[in-house]
Design a protein around this ligand. Structure first.
Ligand SMILES: Nc1ncnc2c1ncn2[C@@H]1O[C@H](COP(=O)(O)OP(=O)(O)OP(=O)(O)O)[C@@H](O)[C@H]1O
Ligand SMILES: [Mg+2]
Length: 321
């Protein structure tokens, strides 16, 4: 547990939302994080097992999809890994899932076995050419019910070309409107930046899922991300929600990781998923193999983590319906 003094100054949820959303709450937390305050011994186990997560009900009705953007302008925090493996786990539970690669690096496409250099068409073409439909670009993966809209370096040009378009922030929303009814979830893998592509993703999303690496500086920059989410909510997408915060690359053996998780839970409360993604070399290995960990190594801890996350995401959606 963190020291009592920290707890006494930590803003409660209600105060936090009155004081200007999650961004404001987090900024109050940040000095302690930045200054390396003594965080005290931590045991997040009580939090991560706080309530049972129900098994998803089978479904034969599909759509309209909940659109979730995986966003964090910090690089290498697990956005792409989460998009692939949460998507695959949701599909295992019988949900129809579309993954959108919205990063010119094309890591999501590669992680699902597509070669970005060999693509005739990609998300770039659907965004900027009226005569290209989503169906022309979609790739079916080896996981039943899991489709991907791939990207490659062409997408970096879209950021520049869109600037002169009417409603430039809405380009992805226009594209996804046509296929939303066919899927249960659409997950958008954002690039590590808060540029026009990320704004497009936030503008068409129902929720933002923020992966946070369990390391000391992970919360740096999150205030800026939350401010951006607030701005998009005020100006472009009034219904945008913070879907959840996901702790990634967690190693329970280190006090440091446990302390960071403890802090994240203090800062964001119930917005933090109970599921925590453990650190394992299986993830980099699965990238190389071009398949989700859920199919490559179905009984591994990583696969179990993402299945549990999928159950949380489905349960949250069931509560909304
Ligand atoms: N839980 C984990 N344990 C160990 N390694 C992980 C884990 N999650 C992701 N990785 C590895 O960390 C690296 C970065 O992950 P990933 O590509 O998912 O992050 P990202 O946020 O999408 O990065 P970028 O901002 O560059 O797009 C990858 O090599 C990935 O395999
Ligand atoms: Mg990525």
């Amino acid at each position: 547990m963190a020291g009592n003094a920290d707890q006494a100054t930590a803003p409660r949820d209600a105060e936090r939302s009155e004081a200007g959303g999650w961004g404001a709450g987090l900024r109050q937390e940040q000095p302690a994080l930045d200054l390396g305050a003594d965080l005290g011994p931590a045991d997040p186990a009580a939090y991560t097992t706080r309530k049972p997560i129900p098994e998803p009900m089978p479904t034969d009705r599909h759509g309209p999809a909940r659109i979730i953007a995986m966003a964090n302008q910090k690089g290498g925090v697990g956005k792409t890994t989460t998009t692939i493996n949460l998507g695959a786990a949701l599909a295992e539970y019988g949900r129809r899932v579309l993954l959108v690669d919205f990063d010119p690096q094309g890591a999501l496409s590669v992680g699902l076995g597509a070669n970005p250099h060999n693509l005739d068409m990609s998300v770039y073409n659907v965004l900027l050419q009226d005569d290209v439909a989503v169906e022309d670009v979609l790739i079916k993966t080896n996981v039943a019910g899991l489709h991907v809209m791939p990207a490659n370096i062409d997408l970096s040009a879209a950021e520049i070309q869109l600037v002169t378009e009417v409603a430039r922030e809405m380009a992805l929303a226009r594209v996804l409107r046509t296929v939303r009814k066919e899927y249960d979830f659409i997950l958008i893998d954002c690039q590590p930046s808060l540029g026009l592509l990320a704004i497009n993703a936030l503008t068409c999303a129902d929720g933002v899922l923020i992966p946070l690496e369990c390391e000391f500086f992970s919360l740096r920059g999150v205030a800026l991300l939350l401010d951006t989410i607030d701005k998009v909510r005020e100006r472009l997408n009034f219904d945008l929600e913070l879907e959840g915060i996901l702790a990634t690359m967690y190693d329970s053996r280190t006090t440091h990781c446990r302390q960071v998780l403890q802090r994240v839970v203090e800062a964001f409360g119930d917005k933090v998923y109970q599921t925590v993604i453990t650190k394992t070399v299986k993830f980099p290995e699965s990238n190389v193999a071009g398949a989700p960990i859920t199919t490559l190594d179905p009984s591994s801890s990583g696969a179990r983590n993402y299945r549990q996350l999928a159950r949380e995401v489905i349960a949250a959606q069931a509560e909304r319906d």
